[in-house]
Design a protein around this ligand. Structure first.
Ligand SMILES: [Zn+2]
Length: 126
């Protein structure tokens, strides 16, 4: 398979988010995990999205809600605005169930636990 990765990196999926989807430990940075989570939304990989939450915030998540959010929107693109070691500011573009174009602008926090990056939480910007 030769295609641009869902996260818009310009690399093939095989060389990009796939390795993280196979094993969370393969994310070498917060940004790489962020990209893999965006791709996972496009692919409705609910278990991956759930498991990549930090254990402290995971218990507040519901797989049914993750699945609904990933499926009811049409994901159209990701733009990384700024990434530091443990934060990523990004915009995700999507079409909502009413056919309206939407923009999700978020500053996310990540934390590494025993060598594995996790998504802690996010704050909506603007
Ligand atoms: Zn990717």
């Amino acid at each position: 398979m030769n295609m641009n990765c869902y996260c818009g990196s310009g690399n093939n999926y095989e060389d990009c988010c796939k390795s993280v989807h196979l094993d969370l430990k393969n994310a070498e940075s917060a940004e790489q995990l962020m990209r893999a989570r965006y791709s996972a939304f496009r692919l409705s990989m609910v278990d991956f999205l759930y498991n990549s939450f930090h254990p402290n915030s995971r218990r507040f998540q519901k797989k049914t809600e993750i699945e609904q959010w990933s499926k009811e929107n049409k994901w159209e693109g990701l733009e990384i605005i700024k990434a530091t070691e443990n934060t990523v500011e990004f915009m995700a573009f999507y079409m909502d169930p009413f056919g309206e174009k939407q923009r999700h602008h978020e500053k996310s926090r990540f934390q590494k636990l025993q060598g594995t990056w996790y998504y802690v939480d996010g704050r909506i910007v603007g």
